[in-house]
Design a protein around this ligand. Structure first.
Ligand SMILES: Nc1nc2c(ncn2[C@@H]2O[C@H](COP(=O)(O)OP(=O)(O)O)[C@@H](O)[C@H]2O)c(=O)[nH]1
Ligand SMILES: [Mg+2]
Length: 239
């Protein structure tokens, strides 16, 4: 399976080199697409250096912090121009460890979308404070109940999509620009009746840098779930 990994970055200079080197060392990834939003800590320049050293790496530079969701879309669009069979998404902060990439890719033979999941047997989360745990559990419960999502970990950003999935979903109609993109995308995949599977991962809270999830993002995520829930009730499944 020819695989591309999409990594959105915003101020990840402490992580990006070791992460990229860890992924390259796996020797199962053909393309590493870094989508940087003009990070003030120089992540974009470091990514350019990595691109010179590793032929797998390419970098998309955007002018400012435009959101996690639109960063995924930019990365997906580039990945679809390349001869890829599946596209992995992951955070740059080692919460999503590269060691799980091979099992996510392997599951893609069975599933159209494989999720690196904290909430299936063998999965877990370490070093996360009570607030993080609460937020994640709460977000998952609300998304599952409101949207009828079947996955256990609906907010996970560690995923592997078959190419066909990203070709079928109209990426330009996704209205979430931020973190709630993940829930919206999962909802669309379930609506389109794609097979969705989960692979256990142990999520580790970031050791370097700071989280970019803000209170505003949490409100926007709540709005996304309510909006999709309303559309579900009103019976328009694809928007
Ligand atoms: N390009 C881009 N990347 C982002 C943006 N917001 C967050 N990220 C990246 O998305 C990933 C997830 O963000 P993170 O802060 O780790 O969120 P958390 O794990 O929920 O705390 C990290 O690799 C961030 O650098 C954004 O607006 N644009
Ligand atoms: Mg993170």
């Amino acid at each position: 399976m020819k695989t591309a990994v999409v990594i959105p970055t915003y101020n990840e200079s402490a992580n990006i080199v070791t992460l990229v080197e860890g992924i390259v060392a796996l020797q199962v990834v053909a393309h590493i697409i870094i989508v940087d939003d003009n990070s003030s800590d120089g992540t974009g320049q470091i990514a350019e250096e990595l691109a010179k050293q590793h032929q797998e790496v390419c970098v998309i530079h955007r002018p400012g912090k435009l959101g996690l969701g639109t960063a995924y879309v930019a990365g997906f669009k580039l990945a679809l121009t390349l001869p890829t069979d599946c596209i992995v998404t992951m955070d740059a902060d080692f919460s999503h460890h590269p060691r799980y990439i091979p099992s996510l890719i392997a599951q893609t033979r069975v599933y159209d979308l494989s999720i690196g999941s904290r909430y299936v047997d063998g999965g877990g989360a370490v070093n996360c404070n009570l607030w993080r745990r609460f937020l994640s559990r709460m977000g998952n419960t609300v998304a599952r109940l409101t949207l009828g999502l079947k996955a256990s970990d609906c907010t996970a950003g560690f995923r592997c999509y078959r190419r066909q999935v990203l070709e079928a979903v109209d990426l330009d109609t996704i209205f979430s620009s931020g973190y709630s993109f993940l829930v919206e995308m999962l909802y669309k995949c379930q609506q389109l009746r794609y097979r969705i599977g989960e692979v256990p991962i142990v999520f580790e809270n970031r050791r370097q840098g700071v989280s970019k999830i803000s209170r505003n993002e949490i409100w926007k995520a709540a709005y996304t779930v309510l909006r999709l829930g309303w559309e579900r009730l009103a019976g328009s499944p694809h928007r």
